[in-house]
Design a protein around this ligand. Structure first.
Ligand SMILES: *[C@@H]1O[C@H](CO)[C@@H](O)[C@H](O)[C@H]1NC(C)=O
Ligand SMILES: CC(=O)N[C@H]1CO[C@H](CO)[C@@H](O)[C@@H]1O
Length: 520
């Protein structure tokens, strides 16, 4: 039998033309922390909006680096991903990219993209996702660009993309180039004016990522926990995002969880109509299933699989800040950390200080960063940090340069396997040893910019007043004293870049205020 996937099916008799198309710049294509995120209708309906942004992204890469390089492309499966992937392929070919590695049917989780970029030493990767935002024609769409370390673009790259987008007058594309996203294997194309053929490789969405997890965790220990007469019963909700194939293959096929432990595992373009946000509101079916008492461990993922929520017995909610601290205290249960050692920890400034207590006990460095995974990436690339996380349901380590939902679930299962305890007992023991840590987060959205300005100005006036830090507040029987008040500022210890006014992050009309506190 011939393996057709390995054969170049060149249907074209002559080279594929490369076309230059005139366009006009858009003034709103500055990518944010999460890439360029807009209503789907903007990408789908505004002529050249997608093409302009992809051209800006590709042009921002130095021509010498771009010629013949490899890039990764994946999506969380949301509506418009297929159409966008086709355009990206046509434009990558026209702009001199040598090879694209794309997930089967266009699907790759964000952590899998990060993993593949690093593994095959690609120049970067494009991820089509709007994370937990709703999908569909009336929902959101987004384009993220990750760089060669596997992590989100640094500010300098985002700025370059924005600069190009502001004056863009034309883009190049191969409109006749067609690929088949459903066919695993290599497809090659001869292009007009190009010396070498352009290559597309459609890869299994799970395989490379699974291989990486096998080298991090003790799969047989997790398998023993999930199989056998007294096995831990788990319930995993893939929320109809990209994680379905990963959950089935890794947790069920590889680690032995029964097939019915995994629900909502078919990726849908609109995520079944609910926002793919793994929290108590939107993962309410998981919460209800857990409250039934049958399962000892539950988890849900967001659309692109970088964030997660974990629930314990009877629906006990595991606070993400606590989850991070508990992982930190138990890294010795994981082969990866036993082998490589633990360099230090990092958390975003909004995350509770539970991790700080663990770092102190372990005599390890603790970095407090602004929100955005790229800050962690810098610390990891320079060997300062092994584990990091954010209050917004993301944790990860230096195995890749993104937060990683399924990795986090395997962290918990490994810890449970090593300690032979349930989720609740693990949490309670942690609280008993390190105290409880809380934080409040106030989000202000859709404010009139003037109101937002005065709100922050007045808040700063109160908080940054010298008298404030010596003040004590009584609530019930407790007296709270203020230890520190600041408008968070970060100087990157690696490259010296400064991030200021973090209390006002976001657009002028929206921002968040964080109040961390701790009961000892
Ligand atoms: C869940 O997420 C949505 C959207 O981000 C938010 O409006 C809601 O308050 C969240 N629910 C909880 C319990 O955090
Ligand atoms: C095996 C291991 O590292 N166990 C530690 C896990 O973390 C708790 C605190 O959350 C410690 O008490 C255990 O010793």
């Amino acid at each position: 039998l011939t393996d057709f996937s390995q054969i170049n099916l060149r249907m074209e008799t002559s080279p594929i033309p490369v076309v230059t198309v005139q366009t006009a710049p858009f003034d709103d294509q500055r990518p944010g922390t999460n890439g360029l995120r807009r209503k789907t209708a903007v990408f789908e309906g505004k002529k050249n909006y997608l093409q302009n942004y992809i051209q800006s992204l590709l042009s921002s890469i130095d021509l010498r680096d771009r010629q013949g390089c490899t890039m990764v492309v994946g999506s969380d499966g949301r509506y418009f991903s297929r159409a966008a992937t086709e355009v990206i392929v046509q434009m990558a070919a026209a702009n001199g990219i040598g090879r694209l590695v794309i997930g089967h049917d266009g699907l790759l989780s964000t952590p899998a993209v990060s993993c593949i970029i690093r593994k095959i030493k690609a120049i970067g990767g494009i991820i089509l996702t709007a994370s937990h935002n709703p999908g569909g024609p009336a929902g959101d769409f987004g384009i993220k660009f990750n760089v060669a370390n596997g992590g989100p673009s640094p500010d300098t790259v985002m700025e370059r993309i924005h600069q190009v987008s502001r004056t863009l007058e034309e883009y190049t594309i191969c409109p006749d180039l067609r690929i088949d996203l459903s066919r695993l294997g290599r497809q090659e194309f001869d292009l007009e004016n190009k010396f070498k053929p352009f290559r597309v490789e459609i890869v299994d969405s799970v395989e490379v990522y699974l291989q990486m997890l096998r080298n991090i965790f003790d799969f047989s220990a997790i398998k023993s926990l999930l199989t056998g007469p007294d096995h831990l019963k788990i319930r995993i909700d893939a929320m109809n995002g990209v994680m379905g194939p990963y959950v089935r293959r890794i947790l069920c096929d590889e680690l032995g969880a029964p097939a019915n432990s995994a629900v909502n595992c078919v990726p849908l373009e609109d995520f079944g109509g609910r926002p793919p946000e793994p929290n108590l509101t939107y993962a309410s079916t998981l919460v209800d299933a857990m409250k039934g008492g049958e399962f000892g461990f539950g988890a849900a993922f967001d659309a692109d699989g970088d964030r997660y929520m974990i629930l314990g017995e009877n629906g006990l909610f595991v606070n993400p800040s606590d989850s991070l601290a508990i992982m930190a205290a138990n890294l010795s249960a994981i082969p990866y950390f036993r082998q490589l050692g633990v360099k230090g920890f990092a958390r975003s400034m909004a995350t509770s200080t539970a991790l700080d207590r663990v770092a102190k006990a372990m005599k390890l460095a603790l970095y407090e960063t602004p929100t955005g995974w790229r800050y962690f990436g810098n610390l990891m690339d320079s060997g300062r940090c092994s584990l990091c996380g954010e209050e917004s349901f993301g944790t990860g380590s230096d195995h890749i340069r993104e937060k990683d939902g399924l990795w986090s679930v395997l962290m918990w299962l490994s810890i449970m396997a090593a300690r032979k305890h349930g989720v609740e007992q693990i949490i309670r023991e942690h609280w008993a040893k390190f105290g409880r840590h809380y934080f409040c987060r106030f989000d202000y959205e859709g404010l009139d910019p003037r109101t937002a300005f005065y709100l922050i100005r007045d808040l700063e006036a109160v908080m940054l007043d010298k008298g404030f830090t010596s003040q004590k507040f009584a609530v019930g029987d407790h007296i709270y004293s203020v230890e520190k008040a600041e408008n968070f500022e970060y100087i990157d210890p690696v490259d010296g870049t400064v991030a200021r006014n973090q209390v006002r992050q976001g657009t002028a009309a929206c921002g968040s205020v964080y109040l961390p506190f701790c009961l000892r």
